[in-house]
Write a protein that binds this ligand. Structure first.
Ligand code: FAD
Ligand code: HEM
Length: 369
């Protein structure tokens, strides 16, 4: 471990057990001195208390070699423009970070620790600023909700028309804010369609437990509401040069990016067999099956297998989709695309490893952080 890295770890360990208090102090420090910065953060700070502090500490400690993470940091900086972060804010936040740690570490804090954090933060901040500065795109796009349909108690499918064209690739995701109901809370969602001429984007959203944004999108969002969308991210995209057959594994609204990829394939595919495995707890959660079946009826290269893990009379497969995929196959020569909750993705990747599917052939998006 380099000197800088050990200084950072050592000093953080002095305050780690008081993380919550450090976070409280950190935000208080920023907002007392620069009250305008309060407007950049969510209304209820307790929702994700310490999110920024946690994010910075993780970044500073794990990005030991910032050159290796150059692209990630540039993208993070570009993305921060959606929070209305300006270059001068970096110094404020960096200063508050060090002051908060110093305040809680007490006598054990040293001048070397100050310097280590200042140096590491400066490198990261400069890369983020360079990324933000070089981005030709707007910080975000406004979009109007032009359709909204409840497909089940917890799931909605809605369509957004961005006011300016927003380029993305099938399979990518982008972050979305719903200012009318949950201002300043951004969450990532995957468009469920390949790019269209009319620029509209479909989203499939499931309201999770006590979820702030997802429940607003499912239960409150209406046609005519405006949302904000930020630049697309993610690399679960199709390689047009691949001639391998493909398997798509989707859990619940994890179907969204899979449907987008399928739609792209419908535009050019003639030669690749494509198998979709779509799983959910109950049949009600297979909210888009009618459309999938329509696609399968139209494209002879496409097959769809459905499974429910908690619906004993469901006429399709029974069990977790990760286990169901394993019953079919062999899959050693296929390209895989997996999308859904963290648990579902983890279970599927484990199964695929057991089936000896090479990891280089698997692309996935996990809905958990
Ligand atoms: C790359 C990516 C793409 C995504 N695409 C989609 C998509 O197309 N459709 C979609 O519906 N969601 C998608 N998500 C998930 C989405 O970004 C949010 O995490 C989700 O909507 C919950 O946000 P929230 O504000 O409602 O919940 P929060 O307020 O953030 O969380 C509230 C509580 O719910 C828990 N929680 C959060 N997510 C889940 C979950 N998935 N299952 C169970 N509990 C959870 C949290 O731990 C917390 O306790 C995607 C996530 C990622 C990372
Ligand atoms: C080294 C510098 C920084 C790093 C590594 C960093 C990292 C991060 C990360 C990883 C997130 C979570 C991303 C997400 O949810 O989309 C985040 C969120 C955020 N950051 Fe930063 N950030 C830095 C500097 C700043 C600065 C200077 C500001 C300006 C005040 C800022 C404001 C925010 C805000 C408002 C959020 C959303 C917080 C929330 O939803 O609670 N960040 N940051």
């Amino acid at each position: 471990m380099g000197d800088l890295a050990s200084l950072l770890k050592e000093s953080w360990s002095l305050v780690e057990e008081h993380q919550d208090k450090v976070a409280g102090y950190f935000y208080a420090r920023i907002f007392l001195r620069y009250p305008d910065l309060r407007d950049l953060f969510p209304v209820q700070m307790d929702v994700q208390r310490a999110r920024l502090l946690g994010a910075i500490v993780t970044a500073v400690q794990t990005l030991e070699d910032p050159e290796r993470f150059d692209e990630y940091l540039r993208a993070l900086g570009r993305d921060h423009r959606k929070f209305h972060v300006e270059p001068e804010h970096y110094e404020v936040v960096g200063g508050a970070l060090i002051e908060s740690m110093r305040a809680f570490a007490g006598e054990d804090w040293s001048i070397e620790y100050d310097q280590a954090w200042a140096d590491a933060y400066a490198v990261i901040a400069s890369k983020m600023l360079a990324g933000a500065d070089a981005d030709p795109n707007p910080p975000y796009w406004y979009g109007e909700v032009v359709a909204h349909e409840r497909r089940s108690r917890d799931i909605a499918v809605f369509t957004v028309l961005p006011l300016q064209p927003l380029e993305y690739r099938a399979g990518q995701y982008l972050s979305l804010e719903c200012p009318r109901y949950q201002p300043r809370l951004w969450r990532t969602y995957s468009p469920a369609n390949a790019p269209r001429r009319d620029n509209t984007l479909d989203f499939h959203v499931r309201a999770v437990g006590a979820g702030w944004v997802s429940s607003a999108l499912v239960r409150r969002l209406q046609v005519g509401d405006m949302v904000k969308l930020a630049a697309p991210m993610g690399s679960m995209t199709l390689d047009r040069r691949s001639t391998r057959d493909a398997v798509f594994v989707a859990g619940g609204t994890g179907l969204a990016p899979i449907k987008s990829l399928l739609e792209e394939l419908t535009r050019y595919n003639r030669t690749r067999w494509v198998h979709v495995f779509f799983g959910a707890q109950t049949r009600e959660d297979l909210y888009d099956l009618a459309d999938l079946n329509r696609l399968a009826a139209r494209y002879p290269w496409l097959s769809v297998v459905t499974a429910c893990s908690d619906d004993p009379t469901f006429p399709g497969e029974q069990g977790y989709i990760s286990d169901v995929v394993a019953k079919y196959g062999p899959w050693k020569e296929h390209d895989f695309f997996v999308s859904g909750s963290g648990r579902m993705v983890k279970a599927t990747l484990k199964r695929l490893a057991e089936l000896q599917v090479p990891s280089v052939r698997i692309k996935y998006d996990s809905f958990s952080d």
